[in-house]
Each structure stands twice: as C-alpha cells, then as structure tokens.
Design a protein around this ligand. Structure first.
Ligand SMILES: *[C@@H]1O[C@H](CO)[C@@H](O)[C@H](O)[C@H]1NC(C)=O
Ligand SMILES: *[C@@H]1O[C@H](CO)[C@@H](O)[C@H](O)[C@H]1NC(C)=O
Ligand SMILES: *[C@@H]1O[C@H](CO)[C@@H](O)[C@H](O)[C@H]1NC(C)=O
Ligand SMILES: *[C@@H]1O[C@H](CO)[C@@H](O)[C@H](O)[C@H]1NC(C)=O
Ligand SMILES: *[C@@H]1O[C@H](CO)[C@@H](O)[C@H](O)[C@H]1NC(C)=O
Ligand SMILES: *[C@@H]1O[C@H](CO)[C@@H](O)[C@H](O)[C@H]1NC(C)=O
Ligand SMILES: *[C@@H]1O[C@H](CO)[C@@H](O)[C@H](O)[C@H]1NC(C)=O
Length: 627
C-alpha cells in the first residue's frame, strides 16, 4: 500500500515537474477510424401512432429527422455504451406498451456493435418510470453525463438513479429507477425558486458538480458545489425528494487579479487571473476545472484550466479560432475539444497573433458570438494532448479522414456539438454532429441546404472514433476535493456576487514584454458605466522576443440602446494594424470603419463595412451578413 502510494506520488511529481519545467514535445498525428452509431428508427411524421410496428417491430420508439433535443454524452464505465438524450416522436397512446417511448428521454446506445437483450442497439433508461418514481421531474433535460459509478446519470436538472445497479444492466428497470430534480437554494432561508444552473458537469468523485449561471445583465458566473440527497425537503419550491446543490463556491477570487489592471498610468496583464467565464468540466483526475476564460490575445477565445487548490491557471488552447465544449481523458493525458479551427470562421478578427487583449474589454461577447450562424456550428472535434496547443502543434482533427463528400465523416456541413467524451480506457471518443438546416441554409441564406444521407433523412448523428493504435489505459486516481476551494468565494444561500475589479477609465501605457509600447484610451459610457470606447495605438510592440511585432491603431466603440436586451452588441470598429516578425500580417477596416451587430443568444452576423486580416498573403474576410 505504502509502496503503491509512493509510486503514485512519484508519478504525480514527475507530471508536475514535467509540466512546470519542460513541456514534452507534441505528439505525432495518429490513425483514427470514425463510424456512425446506430440510433432508433427515424420517422418523418409526428402524429400519435406514426411510430408503427413496421418501422420499429420491437415497439421501442422512433425519433425525428430534426435534432431538437438530441445530445450525446459520456460512456458508461465499461466503454460499451454512451448516454444520449433523444426526443421520441409518433408513439401510440396508452395502454399500448410502446406509448412510453414518447417525448424527451435519455437512452444508452451500444458502442461495441452488440445489442441489448431487447434486441436493440439502444435502451431507454428513463421511459416508463412511474410518476411516484419521478416526482417534480425538471423539464430541463440536457447534457447527459454518466456518473463514474455507472449507476446514475446527470440529465439536465435531474439525476436518474438506479440504486446500486449499473444503468447499462438489464437489472436496471423502470420499477427500480428514480429521477430526482436538482435544487439550488439561493435565498437565505432556502425558500422559493432555486437558482438556475446551466451546463452542469460532474466531478470525477461523483459527489461534486460544477455549473454556470447567467446573470440578468448579460453576464455569466460559474459555481462548484456538492450534491446532497434530500429525501424530504421542507423548504424551497421543489418539495419532492431532490438533490440539493450545497457547499457552493463562486469560482472567483475575492479581490483577485483581473486580466488587465491599472498600476498608476500603466496597464498590467495578468496571465494568472482566474476568469471562469463558462465552466466546461474537469480534468480526468478532477484536479483542474476547465473553462472558457478571458482572452490572452485579442478576439481569440480559448479554454483554460485552473487547479482546484493552488489556483494555478493553464491556457490549454491558443489557436486563433474559437474553442468551446471539451471532454478530458480519464487517464488525464488528453482532451478533445470542439473548435472552429480549420474552418477560418473567426480568422478575420482573431488571425493576427499576440495582440494584447485590450479591446476585448468591449469586444469579447461579440467575438465569441460570431462563431455560430444561428443553429449552424463550425465545430469539429480536435484531439489535443494535456499540455495543450504549443508552437505549431494545434492537435489533430479526429474526423479528418473522409473525402469531404456529402455525408462523409469530414463533411463540413455536419457540425460538431456539445459534449465530446472519451471512453474510460482512452481508446474511443464519442461526439455528435448536426447537419446544417434551414434557416441556417436555404431561403435568404446563400448556403444551399444539403440533403441528409443519414438514416431516414436524420439531420443529426452520433459518431464513434477509435484511436486504433492506443493501448487501454487506467483512469488517473481521482483528486480529493477539499472542503473549500481555497481561492474561491463561499456562496451559501442568500449570498450575492461581490463587485469585481473595475479598470478605471483614462489614458494608459502598456509596455511590450520584449519591445515597444502601446497607448490605450479607455472611455466610459456615462449612462451605463461600462466601457464605451477603447482605443489602442501600438509602436514596435512585442511580447514574444520580436516574433510578432505590432504597430498601428485599433479602436472599438460599443453602443448600448436603452431597453434593448443585454445580450445585444453593437460595435463600431476601426483597425489599422501591421505586424512583422515571423509573419507579415495586417488587420484593417474599410474606410468608414466596420459596424457589427450581434445578439449573443441568437448569433446572426450583421455588419456594414469590412474588417480583414491578412497573414503572409492569406486573406481572411468576415462572413457575409446572415451567414
Ligand atoms: C411532436 O409533437 C409533440 C406534441 O405535439 C410536440 O411537443 C413536439 O415538439 C413534436 N416534436 C417534433 C420533433 O416535431
Ligand atoms: C442488433 O440490432 C440491429 C438493429 O435492430 C440489427 O440490425 C442487428 O442485426 C442486431 N445485431 C445483432 C448482433 O443481433
Ligand atoms: C467519398 O466516399 C464515399 C463513401 O464514403 C463514396 O461513396 C464517394 O464516392 C466518395 N466520393 C469521392 C468524390 O471520392
Ligand atoms: C487621453 O488622451 C487623449 C488623446 O489620445 C486626450 O484627448 C485626452 O485628453 C486624454 N485624457 C486624459 C484624462 O488625459
Ligand atoms: C523593435 O522591436 C524589435 C524586437 O521586438 C527590436 O529588435 C528593435 O530594436 C525595436 N526597434 C525600435 C526602433 O525600438
Ligand atoms: C515580410 O516582408 C518583408 C518585406 O517585404 C520580407 O523581407 C520578409 O521576408 C517577410 N517576412 C516573412 C515572414 O515572410
Ligand atoms: C448598416 O447600415 C444600414 C443602413 O444605414 C442600417 O440600417 C444597419 O442598421 C447597419 N447595420 C449595422 C450592423 O450597423
């Protein structure tokens, strides 16, 4: 025992010192096979009884052509199943036994080519559960995740529990399955409606959980807490047996560093600032929280990790394109991220590297919103080792090996979605995609809508990647979560979010780490107190020993229209930047500037004028309006 833990400790020490002092060389690309998983049969109509015995002889449900609520999630511990959220349609009415395959349900899908004992390659685990076993079921049923025990599933704002039985086992039946809602007490006496968590992610210890939650002002904070079963709640408006979110921490440092702070008339950049903009999950061992954080480079949205105890921050991605959902391997060695890299979706604004993120104080929401065109995503799954992007290593696209034709595994019209996941042994990855669909194509949109080649004309698909050269690995030991996260802010019921550092308006200088200087002018909007205009001029500015030397001027003004929804962004942008060094690049707006409007909840690009980035002759232009 002692010897074993010494070995484990030595291993951890090695990993820590390697990452601190000498990051290993990036891995070579590896061979990956991708296949599509079988899903329930598809029907095109949604009337009662449309899911006939001819379509599904076993009477175990049908799904529709459009994805609506579809989402795939984690593998079960054996690696032979993945959890998937579906919407069953066309069920016949009770007392037909097939009537239970109706509406939004969570199913397991086989990944080993075999079938469940019912003869199907899938099994519904939430269907047919009696009302008494599922009291106060919460309508939010997204982001399905399997607990490491294999006996429970996180299903939106609910937890599905099969006692001590694996959910993948035949013994897990509707009679012994319970679904409990989650409740996040936020009022001091625990009364009333709870807080509204979104995109919940399980910690590997099966006890803790992380989530994000929108503010009413168009912002978002992230939280970490513990799941506590409450069999007979006496307060709060969910009075059925439920899981409470307790011992909650707000993932923010009290009086902590901000990414940009003033020191007299100088601006200082703080790479160690903890800026959990949206929580994305945990490392394989659970020692780090992953999140989308404040940009390190202008208009470049990346994923970061912060250590649960030390608060040390690591930047995981640095490619100029946009990164968002990710899944971590259980052995801690790898992650798979959904990323727009390779599509050139964002390069027009983010392609010039090493611009300090000063205008981002205004542009960050707009810059992260242009990644989508409505429901159209530009994500593909990228496999990256645990040290992240570095040098010219930007991971490996998992589904690169197709011929690009309609329906191929790399057909760009099939867009990656949240969340990708690894199998426990590290040899498989599951992710899902949706086919671009009207109004993100067709009609006024210049992109023609593609025909679906998937079964039954289905416009969504779950994909299984085999990392065929890999040997199975063991999950890393699960990190022991401390009672309190030392750097975070305890957030008991009744707590409120403390004020955060506000960079005062004014004129500043920012010294390049290697050379040059930037002058920045920050002007407030007198009615909102937010920044209205940020202008920065660069002179021979470099943070990386002259690899990227920036000169020129950039200015962005944000207009808030009183009474308009807080997610709406109107920017008036003017750029004339030039870069020399390892590349020759420019970032230039047209005469009269570039005006952009985008609602962060709708993601329809609309602009007048142009903003264009050119890198060594490659020209990157903004998307056409509406696309
Ligand atoms: C199917 O019909 C039900 C009931 O009218 C409706 O709630 C649901 O949104 C429909 N689903 C699809 C995929 O059209
Ligand atoms: C599993 O089910 C599928 C779909 O119903 C069927 O096509 C296949 O033959 C079955 N496989 C086995 C091994 O029984
Ligand atoms: C692409 O691959 C598909 C099979 O995956 C094949 O049917 C098709 O002919 C190929 N197209 C081209 C252009 O090679
Ligand atoms: C800031 O600089 C601008 C010129 O860039 C100047 O017009 C303005 O007066 C300065 N403001 C302060 C407070 O020094
Ligand atoms: C500009 O910066 C580069 C390196 O970043 C340096 O070598 C050069 O001397 C600087 N030029 C001036 C005029 O400061
Ligand atoms: C950048 O442009 C200059 C001047 O045309 C040229 O000498 C230099 O080689 C270019 N650098 C790169 C990286 O292409
Ligand atoms: C573009 O200009 C038109 C005509 O002036 C205006 O109606 C529209 O709001 C502008 N769009 C943006 C994004 O500024």
């Amino acid at each position: 025992m002692a010897v074993l833990s010494l070995i484990v400790l030595a291993g951890l020490w090695l990993l820590t010192t390697v990452s601190a002092n000498k990051t290993p060389r990036p891995p070579w690309p590896e061979p990956i096979d991708v296949v599509e998983l079988l899903l329930p049969p598809v029907i095109s109509r949604n009337e009662t009884g449309a899911c006939t015995a001819a379509v599904n002889p076993r009477g175990t449900g049908c799904i529709g052509q459009v994805f609506n609520e579809f989402q795939s999630g984690d593998f079960t511990p054996d690696g032979d199943h993945v959890v998937v959220n579906v919407e069953f349609i066309g069920a016949s009415s009770a007392p037909d036994p097939a009537s239970i395959y109706s509406g939004e349900q969570v199913i397991l899908v086989k990944t080993d080519g075999t079938n469940f004992s019912n003869g199907d390659p899938w099994k519904c685990i939430s269907c047919g559960i009696s009302a008494s076993n599922a009291q106060s079921l919460d309508p939010q049923k997204d982001y399905p995740h399997v607990f490491r025990s294999g006996t429970k599933v996180l299903w939106g704002h609910n937890i599905l529990v099969c006692g001590n039985i694996l959910v993948s086992s035949d013994k897990c039946k509707p009679e012994n399955t319970y679904i409990y809602p989650l409740y996040w007490p936020i009022s001091a006496d625990g009364s009333g409606p709870g807080g509204v968590p979104r995109e919940l992610r399980l910690h590997p210890d099966d006890e803790h959980i992380g989530w994000s939650s929108f503010t009413s002002a168009g912002g978002q904070h992230a939280y970490f807490g513990r799941l506590q079963f409450n069999p007979s709640p006496s307060s709060g408006d969910t009075l059925a047996p439920r899981y409470d979110l307790v011992d909650v921490s707000l993932l923010m440092e009290p009086n902590g560093l901000a990414p940009i702070m003033a020191n007299g008339n100088e601006l200082e950049l703080h790479d160690q600032a903890i800026t959990v903009g949206e929580l994305r999950g945990f490392s394989g061992s659970g020692d780090e929280i992953t999140y989308i954080g404040s940009p390190r480079e202008a208009n470049n949205i990346d994923v970061f990790a912060v250590h649960l105890i030390t608060g040390a921050v690591r930047r995981l991605t640095s490619h100029p394109e946009y990164t968002d959902p990710l899944g971590w391997s259980y052995d801690n060695g790898w992650f798979v991220a959904m990323d727009t890299r390779g599509t050139d979706r964002q390069m027009w604004m983010s392609g010039m590297r090493m611009i300090p993120p000063v205008i981002d104080l205004i542009t960050v929401t707009a810059a992260s919103s242009t990644r989508n065109n409505g429901l159209r995503r530009f994500f593909q799954p990228i496999l990256i080792d645990c040290y992240g992007d570095r040098g010219d290593y930007f991971g490996q696209q998992i589904n690169a090996g197709g011929n690009g034709s309609n329906g191929a595994i790399n057909d760009p019209n099939w867009n990656g979605r949240a969340d990708p996941a690894f199998s426990y042994d590290g040899t498989k990855i599951v992710y899902w995609q949706a086919l671009v669909t009207s109004p993100s194509c067709g009609g006024a949109n210049p992109l023609k809508c593609p025909e679906s080649t998937a079964e039954g004309g289905r416009r969504y698909r779950a994909m299984l990647a085999h990392l065929k050269r890999r040997k199975p690995t063991k999950p890393a030991p699960v990190f022991k979560v401390p009672k309190n996260i030392p750097w975070a802010i305890p957030f008991p019921p009744g707590a409120s979010v403390p004020p955060q550092y506000i960079l005062p308006t004014g004129n500043y200088t920012l010294k390049g780490k290697s050379s040059g200087i930037a002058h920045a002018t920050l002007i407030a909007n007198p009615s909102t107190g937010d920044f209205k205009t940020i202008s920065v001029s660069y002179k021979n500015y470099s943070d990386d020993n002259g690899d990227h030397i920036i000169s020129g001027f950039e200015s962005v003004t944000s207009t808030k229209i009183p009474g308009e929804n807080p997610w709406m962004n109107h920017l008036d942008w003017s750029s004339d930047l030039k870069q020399t060094g390892v590349v020759n690049a420019t970032k230039i707006t047209s005469p009269g500037g570039f005006q952009m409007s985008i609602d962060a909840m709708v993601n329809i690009f609309s602009a007048n004028g142009t903003l264009t980035t050119t890198i060594d002759g490659a020209v990157y232009r903004q998307p056409a309006n509406g696309t």
